[in-house]
Design a protein around this ligand. Structure first.
Ligand code: SF4
Length: 347
């Protein structure tokens, strides 16, 4: 080939590589997803690609203490530690700077520390202006006084209810007989204070055959998350843990049976074990990310920063995306299973 033609061919190859869309590159510099933006590739400990991901949605388990004793609990009271409020605020600020858009306060029972919770929620919503601040609670300790003061800073309250038969709740350990009464009151209070109401149900040995359709329609939650009961070895896996959830376990077929019965509800969101295990970013009471069932936790984000901690956490951001982790999470918002309610607050 004459030299000029050779040079022309080389130039053409170089230019096409430069203009080739990034999606066709096997290990690109940027990859944007709905949930996580991968900033830069680097080599991980095992020679695999490890990536710095943005912690868009974080679950902060601010305490392990709880006033209930659900037999399948997988975040048990192994410590009574709660960070000082200033530390928790600093952690929220670091996460916001790293790209967090939603925080979910969980436990244990977060209302064991109601004032701390309220003040932190206020900081996240008012000062940090997060898109969404939510709380997962068993509902038993939420009061109208608390909602009157802090409800304005809460987008979503997710309240646990595993059965609409109180005897089943008692058998599970979800309270001692007043859970449903409190649950229904709280649904009304949330509507009154403009907080979106969500229901969390753990599908287990004692409720997998229950028909909850009518009760859910009557409550009309924005979302109804149904989790397959999960065993985490170090939390509820057997004789040496605070809980032994093995008697609550159900098969995938039994979980599917429950899903088939309730899947037609618009608000229904099922989460089997496969999705649950690693699609959540979990920050524990010491501000460390957890690697549940995979490996030990990371160092505190106050100690090493968010980016370093994120490099050491196993978070299945694809799983997060697949389970619809990013949804319409700022109030007010229409939709869900309710009918004929205040359109501004219909949830
Ligand atoms: S209410 Fe939640 S944190 Fe408390 S025991 Fe039950 S599952 Fe565990």
């Amino acid at each position: 080939m004459p030299l000029a033609a050779l040079l022309l061919a080389l130039l053409t190859i170089a230019l096409s590589a430069y203009f080739l869309p990034k999606k066709f590159l096997s290990k690109g510099n940027t990859k944007e997803g709905a949930d996580a933006q991968i900033l830069e590739p680097r080599e991980g400990n095992n020679g695999e690609d490890a990536k710095t991901k943005i912690p868009i949605s974080v679950n902060y388990h601010l305490t392990r203490q709880c006033n209930y004793s659900c037999g399948f609990c997988f975040h048990t009271a192994k410590t009574s530690h709660v960070e000082p409020l200033d530390n928790a605020k600093r952690a929220m600020l670091l996460l916001k700077e790293a790209g967090m858009r939603k925080v979910n306060f969980a436990g244990g029972e977060p209302f064991m520390n109601a004032k701390f919770l309220g003040q932190l929620a206020q900081y996240c919503k008012s000062t940090l202006e997060l898109e969404s601040v939510s709380i997962v609670t068993n509902g038993s300790k939420v009061t109208s006084t608390w909602l009157a003061e802090y409800g304005q800073y809460i987008d979503i309250m997710a309240v646990s209810c595993d059965s609409f038969d109180e005897a089943t709740n008692i058998k599970i350990g979800r309270g001692t007989g007043k859970h449903l009464q409190k649950f229904k009151q709280l649904a009304e209070l949330c509507e009154e204070y403009g907080v979106m109401f969500k229901v969390n149900t753990v599908v287990n040995r004692y409720n997998w055959q229950e028909d909850m359709n009518a009760a859910i329609r009557a409550i009309g939650p924005k979302r109804w998350k149904c989790f397959q009961v999960l065993i985490i070895d170090e939390e509820n896996g057997g004789d040496k843990t605070l809980r032994d959830a093995r008697e609550f376990q159900i098969s995938d077929e039994e979980f599917r049976f429950f899903c088939d019965k309730h899947g037609h509800n618009e608000c229904f969101v099922p989460e089997g074990n496969g999705v649950m295990k690693s699609s959540y970013l979990l920050l524990d009471e010491y501000l460390c990310f957890l690697n549940k069932g995979v490996k030990g936790k990371t160092k505190s984000i106050l100690e090493v920063g968010v980016e370093a901690a994120m490099k050491d956490v196993y978070w299945d951001d694809k799983g997060f995306q697949e389970r619809g982790g990013e949804y319409d999470w700022t109030k007010p918002s229409a939709g869900g299973c309710g009918e004929g309610k205040n359109p501004e607050l219909e949830f």
